[in-house]
Design a protein around this ligand. Structure first.
Ligand SMILES: [Fe+2]
Ligand SMILES: [Fe+2]
Length: 182
């Protein structure tokens, strides 16, 4: 339904800002989408594009294996807004739910997320947020091993995200671990 090949530049951008991470978030979001009555294709695309704004973050900051300074963090934390802006440029009539998911995938129900400190999230946005946390934990980092599936579930449950969305993502992760992905 939504064809990423419409935008040749997106493939290059994904390579810079983490193609495997984007693909894993996309697959997990698509797997969980039906139980939330979210369009699976839209969930896949939102997952694929959620971090696309990282193209605006200098590579040495993105790949840094050291603590970031406050000003570097400010650049990193701009990626959701940058991503929304990029997608609007590529795709002027992009679905509002997709733009919302990209802009707000780091928001949390306690209002401590960014960029707009929202306290309520539609299901697609919360789905991308929860899938992002799960996939990121399962990835190895320079400073830690991948987190085990059970510990991931525990950490995800501690996130201020809607319980029904966390439930859907964990269910999908169990199914996916049998077939592929995380
Ligand atoms: Fe992000
Ligand atoms: Fe991400």
């Amino acid at each position: 339904m939504y064809d990423i090949n419409r935008w040749p530049s997106v493939r290059g951008v994904l390579d810079v800002c983490g193609r495997e991470h984007a693909l894993d978030v996309a697959r997990l979001a698509r797997q969980a989408a039906p139980s939330l009555h979210v369009d699976p294709d839209l969930a896949y695309l939102a997952g694929l594009l959620h971090d696309v704004g990282k193209i605006s973050v200098p590579l040495d900051i993105l790949m840094a294996e050291r603590a970031l300074s406050e000003s570097e963090w400010t650049l990193v934390r701009a990626h959701p807004v940058e991503g929304e802006g990029l997608i609007r440029t590529w795709w002027p009539d992009a679905p509002a739910a997709l733009l919302h998911a990209v802009r707000h995938h780091h928001e949390r129900l306690d209002g401590l997320g960014y960029p707009d400190q929202l306290r309520a999230l539609p299901d697609l946005t919360a789905l991308v947020a929860a899938a992002d946390v799960y996939v990121a934990l399962r990835e190895a980092r320079p400073y830690r091993e991948p987190v085990g599936a059970l510990a991931c579930a525990e950490i995800l449950w501690s996130e201020p995200l809607p319980a029904h969305v966390i439930h859907a993502v964990l269910d999908a992760a169990v199914t996916d671990s049998v077939t592929r992905v995380v």
